[in-house]
Design a protein around this ligand. Structure first.
Ligand SMILES: CC(C)(COP(=O)(O)OP(=O)(O)OC[C@H]1O[C@@H](n2cnc3c(N)ncnc32)[C@H](O)[C@@H]1OP(=O)(O)O)[C@@H](O)C(=O)NCCC(=O)NCCS
Length: 191
C-alpha cells in the first residue's frame, strides 16, 4: 500500500525554502556541522566521524530510499541545515521527522520552527499522512519548543534512554506527535 512519490519541488516559507538535499551539498561546511560536538550532542549521528564520502553515501541512500525524504533548509540562498521525514509507514500513514540547523549563527531565529511547519505541510498535504512523530532529548529545549510551537503534543517520556557524551550521563528522551486534525486546528488558530 502506497509508494514513495517522486518530489522535485521546493517548499517555500516566509524566511526559508526547503529543497531536496543533493550530493553537491555534501561539502566541508556540512561535514563540519556533523562533526561539531555542540551541534551533534543530541543527534544519533554523533557516534561516528563523518567525511565527504560518508555523507554522500548517506544522502544518496535517503534519496534512493522508498521511505524517506531529506531537504536542505535554505535561507537567503545559503544552505543552513537539513530536515528529514521518514521512514514513512505507508500502511498506517505516519512518519518521523529529524532536523538540524547546522549554521550556529542561524540558531534562535525561528528557522527550525519554520522548517518543521513546512515539513508538516508536505506530510499532511502532499503525502497525505495521518500522524507525524518527533523525538527530543530532555535537555534540547530549542527542539522541544520548535515542536510545541507547531502544535506537537508530548506523548511519552523514555526514562534515561539516551546518553549524552558531553556530560557523560543518561538522559530522558521525549516523544512528540501531531495528528492531521490537530495540525489543521493549529493552522486555523495561528491565522
Ligand atoms: C535545536 C535546534 C533545531 C533549534 O533550532 P532553532 O532554529 O534555533 O530554533 P528556533 O529558532 O525555531 O527556536 C524555537 C524556540 O526555541 C528557543 N531556543 C532555540 N534554541 C534554544 C536553546 N539552545 N535553549 C533554549 N531555547 C532555545 C527559541 O528561542 C524559540 O523560543 P521562543 O519562540 O519562545 O523564543 C537547533 O539548535 C539545532 O539544529 N541544533 C543542533 C541539532 C539538533 O539538536 N537537532 C534537533 C534534534 S531533536
Amino acid at each position: 500500500m502506497g509508494e514513495k512519490m517522486k518530489y522535485d519541488g521546493q517548499i517555500t516559507g516566509k524566511n526559508i525554502i526547503l529543497r531536496t538535499l543533493e550530493l553537491a551539498d555534501c561539502q566541508e561546511y556540512y561535514i563540519n556541522w556533523l562533526n561539531d560536538n555542540e551541534t551533534n550532542q543530541y543527534l544519533e549521528s554523533r557516534w561516528s566521524k563523518h567525511n565527504i564520502n560518508s555523507v554522500k553515501d548517506f544522502v544518496a541512500s535517503i534519496n534512493d530510499s522508498k521511505h524517506s525524504y531529506i531537504f536542505a533548509i535554505i535561507h537567503n540562498t545559503k544552505h543552513i541545515g537539513n530536515i528529514k521525514i521518514g521512514p514513512i509507514d505507508y500502511l498506517y500513514k505516519f512518519a518521523d521527522i529529524g532536523y538540524l540547523i547546522g549554521e550556529k549563527s542561524c540558531w534562535g531565529k525561528g528557522y527550525a520552527t519554520e522548517a518543521i511547519g513546512l515539513i508538516l505541510e508536505f506530510a499532511f498535504e502532499t503525502l497525505k499522512l495521518h500522524r507525524v512523530e518527533a523525538g527530543a532529548y530532555e535537555q534540547n529545549i530549542g527542539s522541544q519548543k520548535a515542536l510545541l510551537k507547531n502544535g506537537f503534543i508530548q506523548e511519552g517520556v523514555f526514562r534515561k534512554k539516551n546518553f549524552l557524551k558531553t556530560s557523560n550521563q543518561y538522559c530522558d528522551g521525549y516523544k512528540y506527535s501531531i495528528l492531521r486534525e490537530e495540525w489543521k486546528e493549529h493552522k486555523k488558530d495561528a491565522k
